[in-house]
Write a protein that binds this ligand. Sequence first.
Ligand SMILES: [Zn+2]
Length: 96
Amino acid sequence: MYYVEESHPAIIDKEMHTAVQLEMERRRAFAEKYNISKLDYATVDNPFAGRVICGHCGSPFGRKVWNSTDERLRRVVWRCNKKYEVKGKRAVRISI
Ligand SMILES: [Zn+2]
């Protein structure tokens, strides 16, 4: 097997390739720092997955469904995954 450099035009240029490598490393380090096991699992329904970190305890926020059995009261909220782990200490919550 032979490897020939510059034999055909690159799909992306070297600068972009380097930028992508740096971004992948940044995300890997971010996940490691905050104990996020899955990278890039955010979806349209779960856009903050692995991206929002609690300002109080440093844990990732998670998507929770409130009142899942009653459609009228049903709400999706994102809150600190450790909100109920430490008694008497509440974490910040955002909701839509
Ligand atoms: Zn927290």
